[in-house]
Design a protein around this ligand. Sequence first.
Ligand code: AVI
Length: 324
Amino acid sequence: KTDTGIALVDLDEEGVDRAFRADVLKGLNQLPKAIPARWFYDQEGSRLFERITQLDEYYPTRAETDILKTRSNEFAQLVGQGRAVVEFGSGSSVKTPLLLEAIDPAAYVPLDISGDFLRESAVALSQKFPDLPVHPVEADFMRRVSLPDGVGPLKKLGFFPGSTIGNMVPRTAVDLLRSMRATLGADEGESPLLLIGMDLVKEQQKLEAAYDDSDGVTAAFNMNLVTRINRELSGTIPADALDHRAVWNDDLARVEMHLVANRDIDFTVSGESFSMRSGETIHTENSHKFTPRSANLLLLAGGWTPIKRWVDEDERFSVVLARA
Ligand code: AVI
């Protein structure tokens, strides 16, 4: 893939190493240079992302949590009881319980590529909801996933919070939405529903601040990719020669993160030589933002019909309910 989306692949440890090397070498040989955003999330990257979600400037987590808290009665009415909730990604510590409390589901099925995260969050959820059957599935949700026996006959609600869909270019996002339809059994019986978080277009200054916070946590998150390349791929990238940059791309309605060279540099990764001119960048992430219309269009292209949209008080973030 040439985009910086987070196309996940089903890999063992050794496979992850190989895929990381392949993506980094391919990305550094491209012009402009680009590395897929999914490689941010090693242990340190995941820890830094957790800190990002608590920053003043990073509004999406708070805004979405606020919607889930205040609109639970409306979700319950529209969704009904007794569904199997299929979450794309491991349950987040705060958001998932809010949804589960609101709609009283018959089963909870978290899908994640990382078995460790999956097991941890499944245990935490089971402690909180002792009567709820929890069926974790270790899988790449970019492809159709077979759900466990027993979940099949239940009506399904897909849950994809966090505006992670925004980290994909539209083509990849549409592929994912279509895979979700297939996983949720859209063409077999009762129409599934999808509850999805989608961040909204807003003033440039607020968007750029959310991705370039004053404590430098997002900068550290971006720079951690360099540390990871140097550690895992025997890289010699001089970290002090790269600066974090977050910039709003108005034509494509997305915040882009880059690592910008502040001087000419030469380095090697896995024995291959590379150079960057001062001012040249490595594109590390896209975070697309939506308008109500562009969100509808994307969902429709992916085979989902929007039914209802909720926004937080300050109209920064939206949660959309759609049916297949
Ligand atoms: C995971 N994802 C939705 C985050 C976002 O806002 O695009 C990742 C992130 N990158 C920098 N800050 C947060």
